[in-house]
Write a protein that binds this ligand. Structure first.
Ligand code: ACO
Length: 332
């Protein structure tokens, strides 16, 4: 590994939150024309979590954030920056991070939301790392969280079976070179913006016009088959790029944590990286695609399962709407 790397950031605490309510494939069979067999074989998903009627994004973020702070052994007032990655904010104004701030007691933190769909968490880690590297921030709370089930079209079987709700949080603090976040990369290609989108609800098709709702515009729409091919290519290329820049081989990794959208995408990318199945983490069967929450929830589950241990070398790579994709190599 190169020894010219600057001061960086390491993960000192983690916490996750999933809504209590579970929606199984059998439950979906009663909502749309689908089957457990189709969903399980085409996506690997068996269940996903769904917020209750009186729950919203900030409730999940507060739970995950509080758990991460406790895990890091920090008081809320010690956090000086809070970045919330989400594509499903609680409301347009203010940012959901601002709604969360007083509930978590982050009295000294500047707060903002970051929108990069499923890549949002890795984007946010990259931003946080820059602030820590320059000394502008010392303790940063980064959360990826989504309430996707609120934006799913429950009449569209091609998308409603895929998505779930959840939140995953980490605390980042300064680290010496060679520890923590070692390399990151991020990419955007807006030429493919229409592959995954929610066209209504913003200023182009405002939610307060009846025709917006009549045309079913404030719902997630995805051209899944086309997205699949780009996802495999993009996830593979950026992962290999980060590893090459860091001067390490895929085989040196202890764990690869890919975005959890589809088990077939995960397996295809794992094969292209030449990784054995035991080095590729999968929890899409239990949570579905949770977009910005996907990577941190997978990291937390991997720690719980004993698959990611302190000192391990891991690569987390995300892909989603935008299109955006991003990767981070870290020593845990
Ligand atoms: N149940 C039963 N049949 C279904 C369902 C369903 N839930 N959904 C689609 N089908 C049918 C289709 O109608 C089609 O039928 P036809 O052949 O009669 O026309 C057939 O199954 C095959 O459809 P495809 O779309 O070609 O299925 P595919 O194998 O591509 O799987 C999927 C679809 C799961 C969406 C896959 O393409 C995928 O995972 N794509 C990538 C998703 C992704 O990576 N997203 C990025 C992140 S998302 C974000 O940023 C928010």
């Amino acid at each position: 590994m190169h020894d010219d790397m600057p001061r960086t950031a390491r993960i000192t605490g983690m916490g996750g939150a999933l809504p209590e309510r579970v929606l199984t494939n059998e439950d979906l069979e009663r909502i749309v024309d689908t089957s457990d067999e189709w969903i399980a074989t085409r996506t690997g998903i068996r269940q996903r979590h769904m917020v209750a009627d009186d729950e919203a994004l900030s409730d999940l973020v507060v739970r995950a954030g509080a758990a991460a702070l406790e895990d890091a052994g920090l008081e809320p007032g010690e956090i000086d920056l809070f970045i919330l990655a989400t594509a499903t904010p609680e409301q347009p104004i203010p940012a959901t991070s601002a709604i969360v701030q007083p509930r978590l007691g982050l009295v000294n933190a500047a707060c903002f939301d970051l929108s990069a769909a499923c890549s949002g968490f890795v984007y946010a880690v990259n931003v946080a790392r820059q602030f820590i590297t320059t000394g502008e921030a010392r303790r940063v709370l980064v959360v990826g969280a989504e309430c996707l089930t609120r934006y799913v079209d429950w009449t569209d079987r091609t998308t409603c079976v895929l998505f779930g709700d959840g939140a995953g949080a980490i605390v980042l603090e300064p680290a010496e070179p060679g520890d923590g976040i070692l390399r990151t990369a991020w990419r955007t290609d807006g030429r493919y913006a229409d592959l995954i989108q929610m066209p209504g609800g913003g200023c182009r098709f405002p939610p307060n016009r009846p025709e917006t709702l009549e045309a079913r515009l404030p719902f997630i729409k995805m051209r899944g088959n086309e997205t699949f091919k780009v996802a495999v290519r993009a996830l593979t290329e950026i992962s290999l790029g980060v590893l090459t820049e860091a001067g390490i081989e895929p085989g040196d990794l202890d764990l690869f944590i890919p975005h959890q959208a589809n088990i077939r995408i995960i397996q295809a990318v794992g094969n292209r990286l030449g990784l054995p199945a035991e080095k590729v983490y999968i929890n899409v069967d239990r949570v579905g695609n949770t977009s910005a929450a996907s990577i941190p929830l997978a990291m937390i589950d991997a720690v719980r399962d004993g698959r990611l241990k302190r000192g391990d070398l891991a690569l987390a790579t995300a892909f989603g709407g935008g299109l955006t994709w991003a990767s981070m190599l870290f020593r845990f």
